[in-house]
Design a protein around this ligand. Sequence first.
Ligand SMILES: [Zn+2]
Ligand SMILES: [Zn+2]
Length: 342
Amino acid sequence: MKALVLNHLVNLADHPQPLTLTTLPDPVPQNHEILIKIAACGVCHTELDEIEGRTPPPRLPIVLGHQVVGRVAAIGKDATRFQPDERVGVAWIHSACGHCQHCLSGNENLCRDFRATGRDVHGGYAEYLTVPEDYAYRLPDVFSETEAAPLLCAGAIGYRSLRLTGLHDGQNLGLTGFGASAHLVLKMACQRYPQSRVFVFARSEAERAFAIELGAAWAGDTATESPELLDAIIDTTPVWTPVIEALKNLAPGGRLVINAIRKEDADKAVLAQLDYAKHLWLEKEIKSVANVTRRDVSEFLALAAEIPLKPEVQLYALADANQALRDLKARRLRGAKVLVIA
Ligand SMILES: [Zn+2]
Ligand SMILES: [Zn+2]
């Protein structure tokens, strides 16, 4: 099969073509697995973290990509959930152990043996992939393949982030950063918390205009003081400055949820400006979001179909994945980037 592989960890600024188009043997589904012929795969900021070594794949070469949509092409022994040609999706969670305390309590995202699609095993920047059948999802018909792809990561993790805020309808929600995940969270928040007002902090004028277009009550630059205190804030940026800025905008008892697998170190010095009285006192909380569970993905897909939540997408050919990654790195963002594979 055709696949784009990552052979070496590199800095994208110095190596604008981190992925190489190559041919790999077609994967064969093992027991309880299915083989998927991939139609589309979303491009996620986590791929940059993998390429640049902030969350390095344990083995190279590896096929990246964890927002995978395709059709069942073959069924392994003892796999019974799907029929040939059924449309399915695969998300960041490729598998977990199934028997540790985290798995048994529904927090399989925290399992020590959590394996991520496109990092710990080959992912979706290719023509085929295999996955345990219990970690594949049927996709609501309302979504096209390219619409469904970004829902599987940005949407599902956005859903988990929103859940972890503990927000009540009518409370103010802030979003710092306005990329693929945040624009979906804004749409979800408008649906689930119709009385709440959403305040968006983004660096670019285009992102702020997009946020207002999608229903934000207010949008301003990351460093701007919020016009009102916020009961919860979701940070989806890869850096530290917005964390400090967000804490000062948080209401007493408010919670900052950081939805980032890794933070970049470039502006880490800003953390020295943390002022306990201004940023943390009055029972403000900080919580990170780690991975997703199958429950997050399934519940989110149902909610997304109900709204319906159609992500804005920007399409690239598989061979142009390096360009998509460079555009993502340069924050040339308007919605989610998706590779069209077949
Ligand atoms: Zn992702
Ligand atoms: Zn486990």
